[in-house]
Design a binder for this molecule. Structure first.
Ligand code: DLL
Length: 438
């Protein structure tokens, strides 16, 4: 295979050189936040880390974590490390509970972000001349503009369609002939469904790749999307507090997401003890930005669970790879003492023939006991079968869920197209114990 790189010097850097670069950049970042963000000055003084004498990853371990709550308490601009006349962009999370979190970027930060994403798009095979349909939402959400600048930095053609209006998305695919699409994996499935209804043959279109992220999705879901849209589906990861999309992304080998290690230091901690776990073990991802100027974050707890592989990838790139996330620690359901992640349920469901990749997990309490039901759509042909066959089908799925997960999960088969489709991040869990409604 012909291996090409966007920036060979950075992408193939030896581990010792990377470590050195990270420490140097981390020191500069610590000095930046110490001088410019009162919150971090106090934090560093309290833990006894002097940024001017900072020298090792061990010492980094003494610095307390930054949490979403810290950002909320400093809402809106108190975490900025640059005066407002140096900030050229602000993004923000949706903030369904409490203050949203705010992120600020200088001109250099925007350039770094664009370059990080351009490198990733290049690594999964896109080049100048390729049109890329960007169906992530444009706005305060980082998906739209984040990918947009990456596409332009690559020198490819940005099609800034944003999310929604699915029939128009398909018309653009047919007429503008994009080489790739960027959107959430759940929206990709919806596009495939609408396309099928319109009689579109995706194998006849020009698309070869999809860049999907912003929500957890399993490898079985990947296979489903690849087969329906006739593309290669790649995983891109990020979170607004740290930058947005592009913190990590898969290369053509689809064997873990390369973390942009010249811009971020990743650590994995045990959420309970808050200690670093041994290399390769699963735990909570923690990120420190080492090139961002406008609003660096130090040891930001993402709540996303994964593990990191430091082996050199088959593609030759040395930057470590995070595994697809299992989900967020706060999405973990504890049902009668057993921990269950929505992704585990998805993994079982997606392997069963006759059901569609549209499901909703409903959690409730009955007679003081918590239980989970999964609503899942069956395909048209199965649905028209007799009632007793459907009941048997339900029990067989329940059985499969029980063998894989170890608790009883009720299954309710639903008519095709009755579960709400998503144009952005899918809502997979409804917790009736908290008063939520399906
Ligand atoms: O979702 C940024 C983004 C946009 C990433 C477009 C990828 C593509 P937030 O809205 O701040 O930012 O949400 C961040 O979404 O902590 C994860 O829990 C989840 N997430 C993002 N990417 C992935 C992924 C954007 N590839 C939160 N796999 C993160 C699993 C993901 N979860």
């Amino acid at each position: 295979m012909d291996l090409e790189f966007w920036n060979e010097n950075v992408e193939l850097m030896k581990r010792e050189e990377l470590d050195k670069l990270q420490l140097e950049r981390l020191k500069n970042t610590l000095i930046n936040v110490y001088e410019n963000v009162p919150f971090y000055k106090k934090r560093l003084d309290d833990c006894g880390v002097n940024p001017y004498k900072f020298s090792s990853f061990e010492e980094m371990g003494k610095i307390p974590f930054t949490t979403k709550e810290d950002l909320r308490l400093n809402y809106p601009f108190k975490m900025f490390a640059r005066p407002l006349d140096k900030i050229i962009r602000i993004h923000s999370s949706s903030g369904t509970t409490g203050n949203p979190t705010v992120v600020a970027y200088t001109k250099e930060d925007i350039a770094m972000w664009g370059d990080a994403i351009a490198r990733q798009l290049f690594a999964l095979g896109l080049r100048s001349g390729d049109a890329i349909q960007n169906s992530y939402g444009y706005g305060l959400f980082t998906g739209g503009l984040g990918l947009h600048y990456g596409i332009e930095t690559l020198g490819a053609i940005a099609l800034p369609v944003s999310g929604g209006n699915t029939e128009r998305q398909i018309k653009i695919m047919q007429d503008f002939k994009p080489a790739a699409i960027c959107c959430t994996p759940s929206y990709a499935l919806y596009i495939a469904e609408v396309g099928k209804e319109m009689g579109v043959d995706f194998s006849g279109l020009s698309m070869k790749a999809g860049i999907f992220g912003a929500e957890p999705w399993t490898d079985v879901m990947r296979m489903e999307i690849e087969q329906r849209l006739k593309i290669d589906a790649y995983d891109i990861y990020g979170l607004s507090e740290v930058m947005g999309p592009g913190i990590a992304c898969e290369c053509t080998f689809k064997n873990g997401l390369h973390i942009s290690e010249d811009n971020f230091i990743a650590e994995i901690i045990d959420s309970k003890t808050q200690k670093r776990v041994p290399k390769g073990k699963i735990g909570e991802l923690v990120f420190t930005t080492i090139t961002k100027e406008g609003m660096p974050v130090i040891r930001y707890r993402t709540k996303d669970l994964t593990n990191i592989n430091y082996d050199v990838c088959q593609c030759g790139r040395t930057h470590a790879r995070m595994a697809k996330t299992i989900g967020r620690s706060d999405d973990m359901l504890i049902i009668r003492g057993v921990n269950v992640f929505p992704s585990q349920i998805e993994e079982v469901l997606m392997k069963i023939k006759g059901i569609e990749p549209h499901y909703l997990i409903v959690v409730d309490r009955r007679n003081y006991l918590d239980y989970i039901d999964v609503w899942v759509e069956v395909s048209e042909d199965i649905f028209s079968e007799k009632m007793n066959t459907l009941e048997e089908f339900e029990s067989s799925i329940e059985h499969k869920l029980y063998s894989a997960i170890g608790i009883n999960i009720g299954v309710k088969l639903k008519e095709p197209k009755t579960i709400k489709r998503s144009e952005g991040k899918a809502r997979r869990v409804v917790d009736m114990r908290k008063g939520e409604k399906p």
